[in-house]
Design a protein around this ligand. Sequence first.
Ligand code: PLP
Length: 398
Amino acid sequence: MNQAFEAKLRDDLDALKKAGTYKHLRHLTTPMAPEVHMEEAGDVIVLSSNNYLGLADLPEVVEAGKRGLDRYGAGTASVRFICGTFDVHRALERRIAQFLGLDAALTYVSCWNANTGLFPTICDEGSAIVSDELNHASIIDGVRLASKARRERFKHGDMHALEAKLKSVQGCFPIVVVTDGVFSMEGDLAKLPDIVGLAKRYGAISVVDDSHGTGVTGETGRGTIEHYGLSGEVDVITGTLGKALGGAAGGFVAGSTALIDTLIQRSRPQLFSNALPATVACSSLAAIDYLDSHPELVRSLREKTRYFRDGLKRIGYTPLESESAIVPIIVGETAFAILISDKLLKSGVFVTGFGYPVVPEGTARIRVQISAALTRDEMDRALRGFENVGKETGLLKD
Ligand SMILES: *Cc1c(COP(=O)(O)O)cnc(C)c1O
């Protein structure tokens, strides 16, 4: 390797280490579950996974993946339009569309792929995209790829700002408004009734990426749209199969038949990259079926989130309020958040600290994510860890 380039990479990495923002990967040796074995820390309770419903190691989901491997082999060694689509892809896509109450859906190998495949395909010269400033990085990059479109960002959750931007792009076609359903760093929900209303008033298409909402929000886990009673009102939903819906990988776009057909014809990840592995299509399909027949899982997740949030408050924390299963605790500086999460890990609680630049300076946080699979005992043990570390670090006063 080029010596000068190697030296530059090492300097950059050293700078990350000095700033305390260098990321150490943790190695799990058991399936994702409320308790896992970690090479670096032993047995720990997981409060930092998106395994919201505990489906990642559910026997029904695992078995479906195994059957998929037996039936379809490793894959097609081809992109979809050439010879790379199995019947289970069609079955999964129909299931996703039906589950979300839309006409059609198309899977990608990730929601990152879905978002970067969507915007450049539907937004060409003369179009406009209006995006919440806190939208997920995959939306930001997807919007960037639509380089000929006018691109506007509005202040997070500020409906006056959204309306002003929508006014400013009148005359463009199409106009697309895009938002996360659940914002992952705050856990707050998009103001979808207002966003959908404004989109209609200003002739815009609404796109909601509900990656953290699917399986979590709404009475039956159909997501933020169900939460607000807006079924049928949002034009396009994108989402992931890598969080509540089994947790392997995969993403999708759901919308009208014409939209999905357009993506099949022109979306670049569809044309130039292999499909979701059939094994994952099979396990994801099983995860959706399971969620559909067990809506009590979503209720249980809600109750457990309330229990844990109340527990944190009882010992003196003030977590941000939200209606999702994300419970952030603001602690201030990035290095402090990292220190707290390290101490929690030593006490057997695996939860991640996030700091600048992922969140604004001075608002570094510990982000707790609840899973319906957590037991009362596991939550109580985790709360004791929070109490001890809070006192030890001075975050909580005695
Ligand atoms: C997690 C997440 C993604 C990425 O999902 P992958 O399927 O892992 O690529 C995209 N959008 C949002 C809003 C997310 O939270």
